[in-house]
Design a protein around this ligand. Structure first.
Ligand code: PXP
Length: 239
């Protein structure tokens, strides 16, 4: 199971002071030395953390895989096409949200998504769609020819003890369905050092994208240790 590190919050710290540090690119070698399989960033429409300048630098310093999270927005699609990351993950976006809330409604955006997937494909960019674990959305992702889905693990992460098994089962069932359809399965959102182990046991999931919990731990133990600890946790459960 691959681990992508979402480094948006390095840029959040920079933007808190509106100065040049810390630069998200500085995190890349620490993540990669510690075993990260990829680097993920979200270019939001309001540019609240990651900026176009960051993308250009990251494209040249990332030696694993660069995954760009982005909304289905014409301007951002153009930027992504020019940047040519290894992968894009298309997410829904609302201006006022603190973080991505809910998955993309693929069923309601099939026509637009089909065109965008085709454009990215022509550039050799893999396309993942960030969706809630619902069968209609998985089927729609297949219909628009996405390479992968990223299952939104927010409901699982926020679940109380009595809801947790049900949310985990939904993730597992949707991973099975997507696998039967020949789509790759990623997962992410709200995963941390306590709740990731059970998700790792869903064998059909091939990639996790984790940001907030790793950056939070890095404040105390350093970026390299924080990534190494998550990588170890994944390896321990991926047997
Ligand atoms: N995957 C997607 C599609 C996201 O939008 C985010 C948040 O930017 C993440 C994963 C990482 O979530 P978290 O920061 O809660 O680990």
């Amino acid at each position: 199971m691959r681990l992508g590190i979402n480094i948006d919050h390095i840029a959040t710290i920079r933007e808190a002071r509106g100065c040049g540090e810390p630069d998200p690119a500085w995190a890349v070698p620490y993540c990669e030395i510690a075993g990260a399989d990829g680097i993920t960033v979200h270019l939001r429409e309001d540019r609240r953390h990651i900026k176009e300048r960051d993308l250009v630098i990251l494209k040249s310093v990332v030696s694993t895989r660069l995954n760009l999270e982005m909304a289905l927005n014409d301007e951002i699609v153009d930027i992504a096409e020019k940047l040519c990351p290894d992968q894009v993950t298309i997410v829904p976006e609302k201006r006022q949200e603190l973080t991505t809330e809910g998955g993309l409604n693929v069923c309601a955006n099939k026509e637009k998504l089909e065109k965008v997937v085709k454009r990215f494909r022509q550039k050799g960019i893999e396309v993942a769609l960030f969706i809630d674990p619902e069968s209609a959305q998985v089927r729609a992702a297949k219909e628009v020819s996405a390479d992968a889905i990223e299952l939104h693990t927010g409901a699982y992460s926020n679940a109380n003890d009595s809801e947790r098994y049900y949310e985990l089962k939904k993730l597992s069932d949707m991973a099975e369905l997507a696998c039967d359809m020949g789509i790759e399965i990623h997962a992410g959102h709200g995963l941390n050092y306590f709740n990731t182990g059970d998700v790792v046991k869903i064998k059909k999931i091939s990639e996790l994208n984790i940001g907030h919990s790793i950056i939070s731990r890095a404040v105390f133990v350093g970026m390299e240790n924080a990534v190494r600890q998550m990588k170890q946790l994944i390896d321990d459960h991926d047997r």
